[in-house]
Design a protein. Structure first.
Length: 230
C-alpha cells in the first residue's frame, strides 16, 4: 500500500489546504462558537424562566434541534433562509444568502441548543443563596445574572464549553456538502482532481486527530485547574 502512496501530492498542496481550507474552518468554528454561546445562554435563561410559556418554547426548540441530524439542518437552512428572510422584510423574491452566511446561521442555531444545556447546568450549579444575596443587595434580575450568576457559570462550564467547541470544529467539515472550501472540501477537490483520494483523506484524518486530541488534552488540564479553583 505504501509503495503506491503519493506523498508528493500532500507536499504540493498542504499550504493551500491550511491557508484556504483550515483558515475557513477555524473562522467558521470561532464565529459559530461565539454566536452559539450567546444564543445558548439566552435559551438557558429562557428554560429556567418562571414563565412556563417561555420555558416551553425554549425547551421545545432545544429538543427539536437535538433530535435532527446536523446535515439535514444544514440543507434546511441553506434552502429555507432565503425565503424566511424574504418573509421577514416583505420581499417578493427570496433574499440572496451565500453559503457561508447560511452555514454560519445553521451552526449558531444548531450549537446553541447544546450550549444551552451546558449553560443551564452551569447556572443551576450556583447555590441559590447567591441569588437571594443579589436580590438582597438591591439588584434586579439582569444585574444579578450578569454580575453574580453568569460569570461563575461560565467559569465552571469552560471545560465543557470547550469540549463542545471541539465537536463543533469537527462538525464544520459537513459544509463540504454545500461545495464550500473548508479543510475537508479543499482536500476533496484536490483528491478528485489528482485521483488521490486515499492520500488526501488520510492526511485530513491525521490532521483532525492531532488537533482534536491535542485540544482535548489541554481541556483536561484546564478542567483540573478549574476543579482546584472550586
Amino acid at each position: 500500500m505504501l509503495a503506491n502512496f503519493d506523498f508528493d501530492v500532500i507536499q504540493r498542496t498542504w499550504v493551500y489546504l491550511f491557508q484556504t481550507g483550515m483558515v475557513f474552518t477555524l473562522k467558521l468554528t470561532g464565529m459559530a462558537m461565539v454566536g452559539g454561546i450567546i444564543v445558548g445562554t439566552l435559551l438557558a435563561m429562557m428554560r429556567l424562566s418562571k414563565f412556563k410559556t417561555i420555558s416551553l418554547i425554549a425547551a421545545s426548540y432545544v429538543n427539536l434541534i437535538r433530535s435532527i441530524p446536523l446535515v439535514l439542518v444544514i440543507f434546511w437552512f441553506y434552502f429555507l433562509v432565503p425565503y424566511i428572510g424574504a418573509w421577514i422584510i416583505g420581499a417578493s423574491e427570496p433574499v440572496r444568502v451565500g453559503a457561508f452566511t447560511s452555514s454560519l446561521i445553521t451552526f449558531i442555531m444548531f450549537e446553541a441548543a447544546y450550549y444551552c444545556e451546558i449553560m443551564r447546568a452551569g447556572i443551576q450549579s450556583i447555590p441559590r443563596g447567591q441569588v437571594a444575596a443579589g436580590y438582597a443587595l438591591g439588584m434586579n434580575y439582569w444585574q444579578m445574572m450578569g454580575n453574580i450568576i453568569l460569570p461563575q457559570a461560565f467559569r465552571n462550564m469552560i471545560p465543557v464549553l470547550l469540549t463542545q467547541t471541539i465537536v463543533l470544529f469537527q462538525d464544520v467539515s459537513l459544509v463540504y456538502v454545500l461545495s464550500i472550501t473548508d479543510f475537508v472540501g479543499a482536500a476533496s477537490k484536490i483528491a478528485q482532481r489528482d485521483g488521490r483520494l486515499v492520500e488526501m483523506y488520510l492526511f485530513v484524518a491525521v490532521v483532525y486527530f492531532i488537533l482534536c486530541f491535542g485540544l482535548s488534552l489541554l481541556v483536561k488540564q484546564l478542567q483540573k485547574k478549574v476543579a482546584i479553583i472550586r
